[in-house]
Each structure stands twice: as structure tokens, then as C-alpha cells.
Design a protein around this ligand. Structure first.
Ligand SMILES: O=C(O)c1cccc(C(=O)CC[C@H]2O[C@@H](n3cnc4c(=O)[nH]cnc43)[C@H](O)[C@@H]2O)c1
Length: 232
């Protein structure tokens, strides 16, 4: 499980019964829950998140116990009215929104420049189960390197991504690391603020962290079952 910051990691950890232990590995520090779930505060932004996630995945694979699922989790911006503050969103699609080129005719995603990819698709049955058990909405979660801070930018993102429910800064990086090692990925965001004009003082971080803990309390059995059985 990869979050950006320790406060998010600890909010997720609170959903798992039993104590935790710290595990120090090259390039990454894990918090291991009693149920055998590894949590990492992977850093803010897609690059740091990808590097930390890749380090954890590689260490596990070399140690002979590869991960079977990676989850990117944290607080995030929600697109109103579908994703209000305090609600949970699970990713049907994890899309990087600002990787590409700006042109006189608008934004071109990196795929239209002939490179890479801009989206990852979590397993549909996992998305469905996660949404059902938590009451979360499912849709596109955008990854941005710059937090949206104006109504114009929010509208432009929504126009390009009509299914977008939330934005965060790590999902696509975590997904790139997971998919590079053939591991499925899911993103879960608890909405701390609306995507739109910047008002940092209005972010409801405490409410979102509580929603994250409650959501993972319900999600934990689904994740456990997912990692214990074979899925196509
Ligand atoms: O100050 C705190 O106590 C605190 C506790 C937990 C998390 C934070 C963060 O600042 C987390 C940064 C993290 O949050 C995501 N995020 C939240 N809102 C948005 C948004 O509107 N657009 C994009 N990302 C958002 C993001 O993934 C950051 O990495 C502080």
C-alpha cells in the first residue's frame, strides 16, 4: 500500500488490527501490519511514489515473496458534485493528466507524441467489490504534478476527462511501478478538498483521514481475499 505522507500511511494502518513493525530495505522503509500488509509513505508526486514503490516491489520479489496487489491510497481533491469532501473514490482508471506537450491547439498527451502510456486499468472485479463494500464511487482518478488551483483548470481537466472523480499526485507513478512488475494496482482516495480554486485553509484533512481509516476497515477483507486467490 503506497501513500504519499506518513499521516496517510498511519491512517490506513489504523484499519488493520494488531501492531505494526518497521522494515528497512534499500531505498524504502515499510510499515508491516499484523495482517501482513506492507505500507509505504512513498513521497509526494509521481516520481517519488514510483521510485519507492519500485524499490518495495523489487525487494519483495528478490526475497521470494512478491506482492500480488499494489494499492495507492491517500487524501485527494474531489470533483464536485460527484465526489464531495469526506467521500471515497476508487479508481476504474488511473490517468496521468499532465504528461505530454502544451501546443497552440491545446494539450497533447504523451501517447500522441508516440511515447509511453497515460492510463492504467485496475481489475474490474476488484474495483466493483471495493466500491460495493466501502460505498465509494468508482471512476477516473487523475494524477497531476501540480495541484489544481483554479476553476478554469478544473473545468479543462473535466472536459478532457469527463469520468474524472478525483485527483491526487501519486497514482500513476505507483501504477507504472506495479505494472512494470506485472502486479495489479488500485487507487483509493478520500476527498479532503474540492478540485478548484485554491483554498488550503478549507482542506478537511482530518475528515479525509478518518474516511480513509473507515474505508480501509471495510476494504481490508476484500484485499486479503484478493491477494490470497488467483485472479485473471
Ligand atoms: O498537513 C497534514 O496534516 C497532512 C496530512 C495528510 C496529508 C497531507 C497532504 O498534504 C497530502 C498531500 C497529498 O494529498 C493529495 N492531494 C490532496 N488534495 C489534492 C488535490 O486537490 N489535488 C492533488 N492532490 C491532492 C496528493 O496526492 C498529495 O500528495 C497533509
Amino acid at each position: 500500500m503506497a501513500t504519499a505522507v506518513p499521516a496517510e500511511r498511519d491512517a490506513v494502518a489504523r484499519a488493520f488490527p494488531g501492531g505494526t513493525e518497521q522494515v528497512f530495505l534499500p531505498g524504502v522503509e515499510l510499515v508491516r501490519t499484523g495482517g501482513g500488509c506492507d505500507l509505504v509513505a512513498a513521497g509526494v508526486g509521481p516520481a517519488s511514489a514510483a521510485a519507492s514503490t519500485a524499490a518495495a516491489l523489487t525487494a519483495a520479489a528478490l526475497g521470494g515473496t512478491p506482492y500480488r496487489l499494489v494499492v495507492c491510497a491517500g487524501i485527494g481533491g474531489g470533483f464536485p458534485p460527484e465526489a464531495p469532501v469526506g467521500s471515497l473514490v476508487v479508481s476504474r482508471t488511473i490517468t496521468v493528466a499532465d504528461l505530454g506537450a502544451e501546443t497552440a491547439d491545446g494539450f497533447l498527451p504523451v501517447t500522441e507524441l508516440g511515447f509511453g502510456r497515460v492510463a492504467h486499468f485496475p481489475p474490474r472485479s476488484l474495483v466493483r467489490e471495493a466500491a460495493e463494500v466501502t460505498g465509494a464511487r468508482s471512476g477516473t482518478v487523475l494524477t497531476v504534478s501540480t495541484v489544481t488551483g483554479t476553476a478554469a483548470r478544473a473545468a479543462a481537466l473535466r472536459a478532457r476527462h469527463p469520468d474524472a472523480l478525483a485527483e491526487g499526485m501519486e497514482g500513476f507513478g505507483v501504477a507504472e511501478a506495479a505494472v512494470a512488475q506485472g502486479v495489479p494496482v488500485l487507487e483509493v482516495r478520500a476527498v479532503s478538498n474540492p478540485v478548484g480554486p485554491r483554498d488550503r485553509a478549507a482542506w478537511r484533512i482530518g475528515d479525509a483521514l478518518t474516511a480513509l481509516t473507515e474505508g480501509f476497515g471495510k476494504l481490508a477483507p476484500v484485499l486479503r481475499s484478493w491477494t490470497q486467490h488467483d485472479h485473471q
